[in-house]
Design a protein around this ligand. Structure first.
Ligand code: APR
Length: 319
């Protein structure tokens, strides 16, 4: 059968660097939601190709027609609308957080340099940890305006808080909205005043001690899963969170989501990426919202920012 069409069809393409647990699950989510074609890239020979083929073989069952390609060469990622970087190493025994920062910084620098060559107009979403630092590094290396580079963490941290609130109150997590600011780590800043169940602030539904317990569990949400799994970290909820960002950008939905964004004065913070609510769209970060914070919340956010800066200092010489 031959067809001819006057239309130029350029499929939407998302490239995912790192075909590990998070990367491959994200590829599955994007394809099965019919959002975009996906290129999965990894350094392990055969891994991205094998996962891509496995996902393609599910497409007739899952009823989508997105192309999924596995590759080790960045040329395959050409003209991506979005590049997601999940490549990195997990922390190994004897490795400090700073060692991990430098190791993953090398990986993210290389991934960004390669990806931007083939997709100079892409929006970059960074997932590799330590998240806020890796997002800064990718932004610097990319030379992109800060609106086009962002880190995935706030949606995940908020989703965890939402889940724990729903479990505590015995309500559907669908009706719970939560706000978590700050770095993706022990010093994240869940904000109960801005967390609601069907519009009702949780501060009216739970006592302070209960809220504090849920806040603590949220801060340790990643560690709780690492402890259970023993090998590796969470990936289903991280992939879902990244997929929300991809969907919001590709569909140009003006959703307001907590993400790691570059700050230039808002919240009294400068020259760093950290979790704040932002309006996303096809241009990337279209607006950063500045919430009214109490002195205590502001101090917690600044404390969180200090820890990001300290971690960033471990890798700045690599830029
Ligand atoms: N280029 C491309 N891929 C790489 C590179 C590189 N230079 N270095 C490592 N990778 C790949 C690995 O081969 C592996 O397949 O990155 C992948 C990472 O996958 P996992 O180890 O399964 O880690 P995952 O659970 O997916 O987490 C990825 O997200 O949430 C964060 O902390 C987490 O930084 C980690 C990242």
């Amino acid at each position: 059968m031959t067809t001819s069409s006057p239309l130029t069809c350029r499929p939407t393409r998302v490239s995912i660097v790192g075909a590990g647990n998070v990367g491959s699950t994200l590829a599955q989510r994007i394809a099965e939601k019919n959002l975009a074609d996906v290129v999965l890239l990894d350094i392990v020979p055969g891994r991205p190709e094998g996962i891509a083929l496995d996902l393609v073989e599910a497409s007739a069952i899952e009823q989508h027609d997105r192309k999924i390609i596995g590759a080790k060469d960045y040329a395959a990622t050409h003209d991506s609308d979005i590049v997601v970087i999940t490549a990195g190493l997990p922390r190994r025994p004897g490795m400090s957080r700073d060692d991990l920062t430098r190791t993953n910084a090398h990986i993210v620098i290389e991934a960004t340099k390669q990806a931007i060559t083939y997709s100079p107009n892409a929006i970059f979403i960074i997932i590799t940890n330590p998240l806020d630092v890796m997002t800064y590094i990718s932004w610097k290396v990319s030379g992109l305006p800060p609106q086009r580079v962002m880190g995935m963490a706030g949606i995940l941290d908020s989703a965890r808080f939402q889940t724990f609130i729903a479990m505590e109150l015995g309500v559907s997590a669908i009706d719970v909205r939560a706000m978590v600011l700050g770095s993706h780590g022990d010093l994240m800043v869940p904000v109960p005043r801005y967390s609601t169940v069907s519009g009702i602030p949780i501060t009216e539904l739970m006592d302070a001690a209960t809220i504090e317990r849920l806040v603590d569990r949220t801060r340790n949400g990643g560690a709780e899963i690492v402890e259970l799994l023993k090998t590796g970290g969470a990936y289903y909820a991280p992939a879902s969170s990244a997929c929300v960002m991809v969907e919001t950008i590709l569909l140009n939905q003006p959703r307001i989501l907590p993400i790691a964004a570059y700050l230039e004065g808002k919240y009294g913070l400068n020259d760093l990426f950290i979790g704040v609510p932002a309006r996303l769209g096809c241009g990337g970060i279209e607006e950063i919202l500045e919430l009214n914070l109490t002195d205590e919340e502001k101090a917690a956010l600044h404390h969180s920012a200090d820890s990001v800066r300290k971690s960033l200092d471990q890798a700045l010489d690599l830029l």
